[in-house]
Design a binder for this molecule. Structure first.
Ligand SMILES: NC(=O)c1cnc(N)c2cc(Br)sc12
Length: 322
């Protein structure tokens, strides 16, 4: 017969089990790359449930056992994206950007203007409104099927719950955790003996995909919205106009974006933000260069996987502070 644990021993084991389960759940949800079998996860989860039932005074609201559902398999209902949430082609040099511009000019038969935007280090988010009310929020998932995170999105301060007009639209952007919120969260987690998040992107993903939206609310998430998906609005001819319309409707847009009629302007933007990156209050991992004309975006279309009208210029990974 195993010796009965003291309360201190039980507390230690409970914290360790929670930390491990949180890491596994985050891997399963944030990167769709589980490192353990469902069986190993479930056995460990059951160990925690047994310990907490033996020592109920040690149960805390943030324990993974306190989530509705609880196990990783059935946390979010699925959402089908009628218009797939595509990723983007990546480039890593100005020579490749010149090649991208040449491909675009060749395809449309003339030089084009671009809209240049920071690539935010967060996770993609789709927001659907019905008659001006937030109807549904979903993650990218695999591009066609994402998770319904509506309850969580309602806790994010800069997401409008109601639009100034009774519009039925879908918009998309990035959900992020600002660097200051990330530092504060990790400090709290370290003090509680919990696994810290590796970076703001994982912290945003882990926070948006919380089953308990009260936890999401505490995480100080924010958004930058950059795509007006549907319905097409005849008066909106360019990405720049689309972003201005998003701002008019109350969405948070990233004010650094510019229109560029030359590659030199784009190079200048890239150089500036590659240098300024550390001083920004949010994480970025590059620059997105989009053909500004929506008609030309339509004409260029997409390859099987990525649009032909936009490209992500990626910065070198940041050197982690030791
Ligand atoms: N400005 C943008 O379009 C933008 C910013 N940040 C991102 N992580 C992404 C991802 C896609 Br796909 S587009 C985009």
């Amino acid at each position: 017969m195993a010796e009965k644990l003291t309360k201190e021993q039980a507390q230690e084991q409970i914290l360790a089990l929670r930390a491990q389960l949180n890491v596994w759940a985050e891997q399963y949800y944030d990167r769709d790359a589980p490192t353990v079998s469902d069986r190993e996860y479930d056995l460990t989860y059951q160990q925690l449930v047994n310990l907490e039932s033996e020592f109920p005074e040690l149960i805390t609201p943030d324990s993974i056992t306190q989530r509705v559902g609880g196990t990783v398999e059935d946390e979010f209902s699925k959402v089908r994206h009628e218009i797939p949430m595509l990723s983007m082609g990546d480039i890593f040099s100005k020579e490749e950007l010149i090649e991208f511009d040449q491909r675009v000019q060749k395809a449309v038969g003339k030089p084009v203007d671009y809209h240049v935007e920071l690539k935010i280090d967060g996770l993609s988010l789709a927001l659907e409104y019905r008659l001006g009310k937030l109807f549904r929020a979903s993650t990218r998932g695999n591009g066609s099927i994402g998770e319904d995170v509506t309850a969580n999105a309602r806790t994010i301060a800069d997401i409008p719950q109601t639009l100034p007009e009774p519009l039925t639209i879908e918009v998309r952007g990035e959900c992020l955790m600002p660097k200051a919120a990330f530092a504060k969260l990790n400090e709290k987690r370290e003090q509680a003996g919990l696994q810290v998040f590796a970076n703001p992107r994982n912290a945003a993903a882990g926070s948006l995909r919380q089953l308990d939206e009260k936890v999401t609310r505490e995480r100080e998430l924010s958004t930058f919205i950059y795509t007006y998906v549907t319905p097409p609005v005849a008066a909106i001819k360019t990405q720049q106009e689309a972003v201005h319309e998003l701002a008019r409707l109350g969405f948070t847009i990233n004010e650094t974006s510019i229109e560029a009629s030359s590659l030199d302007q784009i190079f200048e933007f890239i150089d500036h933000y590659e240098q300024e990156r550390d001083s920004l209050p949010y994480g970025i991992d590059g620059v997105v260069i989009k053909v500004n004309s929506l008609q030309l975006q339509e004409q260029l279309g997409n390859t099987v996987k990525v649009p032909r009208w936009e490209i992500a210029y990626k910065f070198a990974p940041e050197v982690a502070e030791t």
